[in-house]
Design a binder for this molecule. Structure first.
Ligand code: NGQ
Ligand code: ZN
Length: 459
């Protein structure tokens, strides 16, 4: 997207700034960056009046293509439906995708992310090869499709090319259904290079590395690929399913998070996605470290993963962010709501993920996910601050969930009581990409998505 140059000013009834809520706030921006923030100030000529401002959130974990199969794996199969049978359905969907489909599905997913308040996405990108499993002439072909979807919709992109080599612990050979994902460490190094090239046209893309899981990589491969992050983020799926934990114990004698913490230098650049099935020791070890846990409550519920021990983890100072993973439903507020509701249902208590210092559950969850999302995505997305990207979400002050509310009660209203329609506008690097709750290219994106669906689902 092009940038303007001229200073533009937005005026908000109230805004969540880095040091808390303020009233009557003017945020000015130029060339995508916030140039000034004035509080307690009246509107003036040229200001756009825009409601209630909160910073855009990072969505730290997405497989964009899976948006195309949303709702198609909700019918019972021949025997015992679970995560693994869902994965078989997903693999069959993968088989059909052409590069244009990947781009068109991702673009709709990214538009929906922006509409829901996510302004950056961590794309855990593992679909690399052609339908027959052979690398495309350009190894970065599909990474370029993801980058094109990000450029077209305006969302910030943290590209996490995935290293995938095995079907199970101990270096088991990959299956036929995994042929489009597979790389050697050398092939992966060229994929990282190609991905850097693919994101060239984006204003603030970040590249990281992503060993898919301990199932799909060997310790030797991990040691080779993690350094390719070159200071960028390192993401891995971990301990999502009970069977995965059992298999890890059978292979190594250790649970996955214990194994990872004992064998890799897991620092602030790391994001451990899901980490659902933890022992108490693992929970406390993770909480004491600097890594972020990437929670995807909607997908984890949809896939029957289990419930992350968030109360204990957050109480112990653990860092978290949220992701939309399978994209079966894309909604930032609902991810946070379900995170709290999972804890309420399992502990039979209320207002679980809050603290004496910040009694509002909405405030605690939003601020936690903002900071954790930024760290995991390799950016300083820590709020509305002069010098940072103008990534701003405007809640609609005309929505009944906000009437008579102030401060953190606005976040509680948004997360727990708003259903749709809470977000009116979204600016990404100063560009208004969502207006009246709708991405400005939605009509075109829907048309292309429909074209992809009729091709893929009829194939
Ligand atoms: C994925 N999704 O990579 O899309 C995985 C399924 C796997 C989740 N783990 C494949 N939610 O883990 O093997
Ligand atoms: Zn995932």
């Amino acid at each position: 997207m092009k940038t303007g140059g001229a200073v533009q000013s937005l005026w908000f009834d109230t805004a969540l700034l880095a040091d808390g809520w303020a009233r009557y706030v003017r945020i000015s921006h130029a060339d995508g960056v916030i140039t000034s923030i004035d509080t307690g100030t009246a509107t003036r000529n040229g200001d756009e009046r825009a409601g209630i401002a909160v910073p855009g959130l990072g969505n730290l974990h997405s497989h964009a293509f899976q948006r195309g199969m949303a709702g198609l794996a909700e019918a019972r199969g021949p025997s015992g439906d679970d995560f693994w049978s869902w994965r078989s359905v997903m693999y069959r969907f993968v088989d059909q995708l052409e590069p244009q489909d990947v781009e068109d599905i991702a673009a709709l997913a990214y538009a929906e992310m922006l509409e829901s308040g996510f302004t950056r996405v961590g794309e855990f990108h593992y679909l690399h090869h052609d339908r027959d499993g052979r690398p495309y002439a350009d190894r970065g072909e599909l990474a370029a499709r993801i980058a094109a979807a990000a450029l077209n919709t305006g969302i910030g992109l943290t590209m996490l090319p995935v290293f995938y080599a095995h079907s199970g612990f101990g270096g088991a050979a990959p299956t036929e259904g995994q042929r489009r994902f597979i790389n050697t460490p050398e092939g992966y190094a060229s994929l990282i290079e190609a991905s850097r090239h693919a994101v060239h046209g984006l204003p603030d893309a970040v590249i990281g590395v992503a060993p898919h899981s301990l199932r799909a990589t060997t310790p030797e491969e991990l040691a080779l690929i993690v350094p390719l992050a070159a200071g960028g983020p390192v993401h891995i799926h971990i301990a999502e399913q009970a069977r995965e934990v059992e298999d890890c114990v059978a292979w190594s004698g250790q649970r996955p998070v214990d194994w990872l913490l004992d064998h890799m230098a897991v620092d602030a650049r790391w994001c451990l996605v899901h980490a659902t099935n933890l022992s108490v020791t693992e929970t406390m070890r993770l909480a004491a470290g600097a890594a972020v846990v990437g929670l995807c409550p909607i997908t984890e519920a949809n896939l029957g993963d289990g419930i992350f021990p968030a109360a204990r983890f957050i109480e112990a100072g653990g860092r978290f962010g949220v992701g939309s993973d399978s994209n079966v439903l894309i909604d930032a507020a609902e991810e946070l709501r379900l995170l709290e509701y999972g804890q309420r249902l399992s502990t039979r208590a209320r207002n679980v993920l809050a603290s004496a210092g910040r009694p509002s559950v909405g405030g605690t969850l939003f601020s936690g996910a903002l900071a954790g999302g930024a760290r995991a995505l390799g950016v300083e997305l820590t709020g509305l601050v002069v010098g940072e990207a103008a990534d701003i979400v405007a809640l609609d002050s005309g929505h009944p969930a906000f009437f008579g509310r102030d401060g953190d009660a606005l976040l509680d209203g948004w997360l727990f009581a708003a259903r749709g329609g809470a977000i009116r506008s979204v600016w990404r690097r100063g560009h208004k990409v969502v207006e009246d709750g709708r991405h400005r290219l939605k009509g075109d994106l829907l048309w292309k998505f429909r074209r992809a669906m009729s091709r893929v689902l009829q194939a």
